[in-house]
Design a protein around this ligand. Structure first.
Ligand SMILES: [Zn+2]
Length: 50
């Protein structure tokens, strides 16, 4: 098998979670609100609001 998938991983956009600073990769469920996504998970969202 040749490694012809080089660079394929960077196809999806990603951003940094404002709470845990982890990189989060685009998900299908964020398709409609990717611009306003700030947290990688509900746990981080609650942590920020607490
Ligand atoms: Zn997070």
């Amino acid at each position: 098998m040749a490694s012809s998938f080089k660079g394929n991983k960077s196809f999806l956009p990603s951003k940094i979670c404002v709470v845990c600073k982890k990189e989060m990769t685009w998900r299908k469920s964020w398709e409609k609100n990717w611009e306003s996504v700030k947290y990688c998970s509900d746990a981080c969202r609650k942590k920020k609001q607490a």
